[in-house]
Design a protein around this ligand. Structure first.
Ligand code: FAD
Length: 498
């Protein structure tokens, strides 16, 4: 195992830095075991980090920091060890440090694909799953919903294979004496989305699916109409798309809605991106083949970002019009590609100059639609009264309910409202605080990997939202009795307190 000292680690937006006693880069399961035992011997805390793409300090520890980057292999999955009913499924076993991007490439070579993913692919699979990273798709789970089994290194360096009660591995075939098999819903649903507090996850068995193709259609729309259709459910009705010159109505797989928070001509302009599953397109335009490459190049040119930042900070009154133009500029009737290429939004450089909060609401209640009105009023007040112009448009994404105890969509189909803000925008913290206060007042549940500072001091809300919090906490302390895997984020959220 590679060990380094005097390392300064920071998250991708450079907002949180830490100088751990030790920076460890394990290359095997046994390395993680040794790392945990050594930290315990020194009386230090220990925590794994993924790609540092969480905006909060959720990944930080000043004890021993475990860099997962070398644990990025696909493992050989022996299906004979699984219960018979699972043997025919499309499954892969991977080490936790593999990035979503590398996993997509590996799966594609095997003619497989992830069921869904978030808007970028730089996260590690373990980091993304630990905070409940989600994509869009009202009938699709977050990444955590694809986990069928995982290997965890917990207190004392003890290794567990953790699965739901119905089982996944055939207990009769589990003959590894170093790894204890636990098949228990309470444990499984606690450990998958655990913010790194239950130990270090070495590997996952993920359910995937055969490679598939997506068709994306992006259209500008008016919020008044989108709101009405979301309220009556017709926004999810089958939608006409053109395939091989023929118009056909297809079920919507996902909706991604971006809304200009500034009113123009008595309404708010939106961009609605719809995706549809289609059979492979034999004819794809040059633009279909190059959109991601171009988007990636353009969004990785820092000049574009710096120009945006200059406008945002020195000519803020142009922001409403710029956002309005961007809504219509994103119009795109047809984009067809392999699933992961359509799901990847291709804005890594620009996106990592932004941060934001994201809150989940019950999809069947209209609260989230009312919250949008409160956001519009707040943006108007901030800009007209205080000359503070939020620079990004709120987003709406829908995600299927999950059994995981600490994920915002726990047992509830949700709509996530995202509020991105450029990190270097003057007034960014003020804007984010105001957005968070709106959401917390309305009962929204925050995404753990995004900005959550306004939750501090209101942590009783966590107990109120998560009816299985106490079970989660007990499971967490079972694997982490000395609180070795906690950090200051977990302490501020009082995750170890009843
Ligand atoms: C540009 C950008 C776009 C984003 N888009 C989306 C999106 O579309 N949808 C969405 O839901 N989120 C999104 N996010 C948030 C991001 O997906 C999450 O914050 C995710 O957790 C980051 O993964 P990571 O690998 O960087 O993990 P890190 O941020 O490094 O770590 C996250 C957590 O995982 C824990 N962890 C990491 N590895 C392990 C392990 N092996 N065992 C135990 N715990 C571990 C860490 O301790 C920490 O608590 C985005 C973030 C950025 C910067």
């Amino acid at each position: 195992m590679k060990t380094r000292t005097r390392v300064t680690w920071s998250n991708v937006i450079k907002k949180h830095k830490v100088e751990p006693f030790k920076y460890l880069i394990p290359g095997s399961l046994q390395d993680i075991v040794s790392a945990v035992r050594e930290a315990e011997k020194c009386g230090h805390r220990i925590r794994a980090v993924g790609s540092g793409h969480s905006y909060s300090d959720v990944a930080i520890t000043d004890g021993h920091l475990v860099d997962m980057s070398q644990l990025c292999r696909q493992l050989e999955l022996d299906k004979n060890k699984l219960l018979r009913e699972h043997q025919e499924k499309f499954l892969v076993e991977v080490e936790g440090g593999i990035t979503v991007e590398a996993l997509n490439r590996k799966l594609d070579r095997q003619k497989l694909a992830l069921i869904n993913m978030g808007a970028i692919d730089e996260q590690t699979i373990s980091g993304a799953i630990a905070t409940g990273t989600h994509g869009a798709g009202r009938n699709l789970p977050a990444l955590s919903g694809m986990v069928r089994s995982l290997v965890l290194v917990a207190a004392g360096g003890k290794i567990y294979r953790i699965e739901p009660r119905a089982g996944f591995t055939d207990p009769a075939q589990h003959n590894d004496s170093d790894i204890e098999l636990i098949q228990d819903d309470g444990v499984f649903h606690s450990v998958v989305v655990s913010l790194g507090c239950t130990g270090i996850v070495y590997s996952y068995i993920l359910e995937v699916r055969p490679r598939y193709w997506l068709y994306e259609n992006r259209q500008p729309a008016k919020w008044s109409e989108v709101r009405r259709k979301l309220a009556d459910g017709s926004m999810f009705d089958d939608y006409p798309i053109t395939i091989n010159g023929q118009q056909v109505k297809r079920p919507i797989r996902s909706l991604f809605i971006v809304v200009n928070p500034y009113e123009r001509n008595g309404d708010h302009t939106c961009m609605v991106a719809r995706t549809f599953e289609i059979e492979k397109f034999h004819f794809r335009t040059i633009r279909d083949r190059t959109r991601n490459i171009l988007a990636t190049i353009v969004s990785n040119i820092p000049v574009a970002y710096w120009i945006t930042l200059l406008v945002v900070n020195y000519l803020p009154r142009f922001i409403p019009a710029a956002l309005e133009r961007s809504m219509t500029a994103l119009k795109d009737d047809t984009y067809v590609n392999k699933s992961h290429k359509v799901l990847f939004q291709g804005f890594e450089y620009v996106a990592s100059q932004g941060h934001g909060s994201e809150f989940a609401y019950n999809r069947y209640e209209n609260t989230y639609l009312d919250v949008m009105n409160v956001i519009f009023a707040k943006v108007k007040q901030l800009s007209e009264k205080y000359n503070v112009y939020p620079s990004s448009a709120p987003t709406l994404r829908f995600v299927k309910a999950s059994p995981m105890y600490l994920t915002p969509e726990h047992e509830m189909d949700v709509c996530y409202i995202g509020n991105p803000v450029l990190v270097k925008q003057k007034g960014a913290s003020l804007i984010l605080n105001e957005y968070q206060d709106i959401h917390l007042k309305a009962g929204g549940k925050p995404h753990w990997g995004k900005i959550t500072n306004r939750l501090e001091g209101r942590t009783e809300l966590i107990r109120k939202w998560y009816n299985k919090f106490e079970t989660w906490r007990k499971v967490m302390l079972r694997f982490n009795p000395d609180r070795t895997f906690l950090n200051s984020f977990a302490e501020r959220m009082r995750l170890d307190e009843p």
